[in-house]
Design a protein around this ligand. Sequence first.
Ligand SMILES: Cc1cc2nc3c(=O)[nH]c(=O)nc-3n(C[C@H](O)[C@H](O)[C@H](O)COP(=O)(O)OP(=O)(O)OC[C@H]3O[C@@H](n4cnc5c(N)ncnc54)[C@H](O)[C@@H]3O)c2cc1C
Length: 416
Amino acid sequence: MLEKKNEQNNHIIIIGGGQTACFAAEEIRKYDKFSDLLIISNEKYLPYQKPPLSKDCLIGNMKYEECLIYDKNFYIKNNIKININETILKIDFKKKEIITDKKNFYYYNKLLIALGSKPNKIEKFNLVSGEINYLRDINDSINIKKKIDKSSNILIIGAGFIGLEIASILKVKKKNVTIVESANQILGRTIPTGLSQIIQNYHQLYGVDFNLNSKISNILKKNENYEIHLDNKKIFHSDLIIAGIGSSPNTDLFVNSDLKIDNGIITNEYCETNIENVYAAGDIANFYHPFYKRYMRLETWKNAQNQGIIAGRNIIGIKDKYDEIPWMWSDQYNLNIQLSGVCDDYDSHVIRGTKPSEGIIYFFIKNRKIIGACGVAFGGKIGRDIKIASKLTKNNISITKNYLSDTNTKLNKLLQ
Ligand SMILES: Cc1cc2nc3c(=O)[nH]c(=O)nc-3n(C[C@H](O)[C@H](O)[C@H](O)COP(=O)(O)OP(=O)(O)OC[C@H]3O[C@@H](n4cnc5c(N)ncnc54)[C@H](O)[C@@H]3O)c2cc1C
């Protein structure tokens, strides 16, 4: 394998110790055994995967230690220095210097910003911090898990992926679950109405109480309980409140800097920011996607991993563009939801399948090409067809709608 010894690159620093950081560091070390490579993270854990925090860990099917991407031997063996429990306070891009809460100053030649995103918070209702719970990291998941065990009536604010995943765990644990959502459909505009209705029906079958088109007008604390007031005058009680109302990129550190920010750090397809030798990837990056010819910021596991890898390559001088077709999944009960590509800006759509037991996929078409696909099924039944849809998108293959909608056809034939 190509190894590069480049004196110019000898201090590479990655800030943020999540999935993006870990995969970028691993990629850098595949090619570059010589540079100093340091990850700085404010968490007390080595880099870990976040998807199980709202799924298997919350229900108790997976231990938190199992979320670690690699154990400490990986970092020792690969000579990757990792400083956990250390928070970046400031970056001086002119001096190429990072300042942390431990009063440490670090000099870099190349910097990767992989600080991820943070949950949007509800700042009203006069509640003290911690009374509305959010799920972003291991500590949040441990905390929510403990509180769930002591609660019976749980309010979830927001019917996005995280809120709905938690709702499904709570119903399996036989809790009473009420969801309040300001939009008129669950999962916002991310997925088509037909599919969101199927997912909502499934939650309702398990007994989740949905309040769509609703806003909370007040929350009053009464002893250890909360009295929830909706703007339609409905009042109910809850002993635990969890909110999942979206996330924002962790860009506060850069407010008065020269770094270009617009819903995340703006990068080109090579993960380069507007500042030389400064790169960004993962949830924090609003990157130019050369295939879709537009900027996008993704908060997905696959993007964190693969954009991290591409950032790593570019940092050590292998010019490689990130043009992967987006993909993400969610699991709720035994229902698996998958999305590939983009599900907006289409001129028509085609539906394949009618029942979740066999799989239902919506294909989004523009100029006879699939630009995105979104499906639901019990178990992983749609996985193969979603993967094929992604390849059809990437290879710009024209399709006929009748072929896509006919469940007797084999989609992989379209690739030939
Ligand atoms: C509960 C949950 C469930 C999810 N489920 C799915 C799923 O089912 N499917 C899917 O595709 N995606 C899912 N995701 C999204 C996916 O996990 C994220 O997109 C991915 O973790 C982003 O990786 P990242 O490295 O960019 O950010 P992060 O993993 O957030 O890592 C950023 C790191 O930077 C640290 N940091 C921030 N500020 C500082 C600072 N000032 N100093 C030092 N360190 C700092 C943070 O503490 C964090 O450790 C889920 C996310 C969550 C939270």
